[in-house]
Design a protein around this ligand. Structure first.
Ligand code: A3P
Ligand code: MG
Length: 272
């Protein structure tokens, strides 16, 4: 049976944080259903990507009809480059892990970028605009992380630094960085899950290079910033969203006290 979307909370009519969280949860519920349909491998991945994308696009058209949408699974409509507000969504991040039940390391990303936001406002400044709301649902964990009620990052419970890395394509340089920080590498799927692992005190930093797109990091970075975590490109410059080219290949998200050491090591070691 296909999940029928409920109505969003009344406050979602005017509160983008609430709408983002509701959208991510609705898509998450849909994805949990798709996972029960008996599909495997590529068919399961494709069905999940398509179902979550179609649901999110339909719900955004209904609830925010004037806003543009940039989705991993949709055509890149360049109208977004002149739009005031752009939803940047990854309907299913960690598609590989989604297709490996009962793994929990996959997510739904829903972010909102707004023109004029963040100008001159420090590390998060995006020039033309910036992220203003976001939610990351981790449906198999039953958790949604949102800018509306940002996670409170606990003090680190670990004696040593833990660095989240991709399961399938960790950047080569993280081994050197781990030696420098005397850190352990913690492999997991999904960019959103890795960013939120820092907020949840599962890790202390997420460092990635070598390829990614705006939708992989927009919503997680919005939530991480709201939670007080440090976010930047690996050269220390701000992560910029709603660019003409949506390739955004690298990032650092970490506890603020680790940022200087991580960026200094990366700079000294000519990492790309
Ligand atoms: N080198 C690379 N080039 C392009 N995309 C990459 C990448 N490394 C990771 N990603 C994307 O980042 C997300 C997290 O990947 P990983 O779990 O390996 O860290 C995945 O998103 P999707 O699952 O939405 O495709 C993946 O496609
Ligand atoms: Mg992704």
């Amino acid at each position: 049976m296909t999940h029928e979307p409920s109505q969003p909370p009344a406050s979602a009519a005017t509160d983008d944080h609430v709408l983002a969280a509701w959208l991510a949860e609705e898509a998450g519920r849909r994805l949990l259903e798709v996972r029960e349909e008996g599909l495997v491998d590529r068919e399961l991945k494709d069905a999940g990507d398509a179902a979550a994308h179609e649901l999110l696009v339909a719900l955004l058209a209904e609830h925010r009809p004037h806003d543009a949408v940039l989705s991993e699974e949709g055509k890149d409509d360049k109208v977004r480059l002149t739009s005031q507000r752009v939803w940047i969504i990854d309907p299913l991040d960690g598609t590989r892990e989604f297709s490996e039940p009962p793994r929990e390391d996959w997510a739904v990303h829903v972010a909102l970028w707004e023109r004029g936001a963040g100008a001159g406002a420090g590390a998060g400044a995006g020039g033309e605009g910036d992220l203003v709301a976001g939610a990351v649902a981790q449906p198999a964990l039953g958790e949604t992380f949102t800018t509306g009620a940002p996670p409170v990052v606990p003090l680190s419970t670990s004696e040593s630094v833990r660095i989240a890395v991709s399961r399938s394509r960790p950047p080569q340089f993280v081994h050197g960085l781990a030696r420098e920080l005397d850190a352990q590498l913690v492999a997991m799927g999904s960019a959103g899950v890795k960013v939120l692992s820092v907020a949840r005190d599962v890790t202390d930093a997420y460092v990635h290079a070598g390829g990614q797109y705006e939708w992989d990091s927009a919503a997680p970075v919005a939530v991480a910033r709201a939670a007080g975590l440090f976010t930047s490109r690996i050269d220390g410059t701000p992560l910029r969203y709603n660019q003409d080219d949506v390739y955004l290949p690298d990032l650092v998200v970490c506890r603020p006290e680790l940022a200087d050491r991580i960026l200094a090591w990366i700079s000294d070691n000519d990492v790309r």
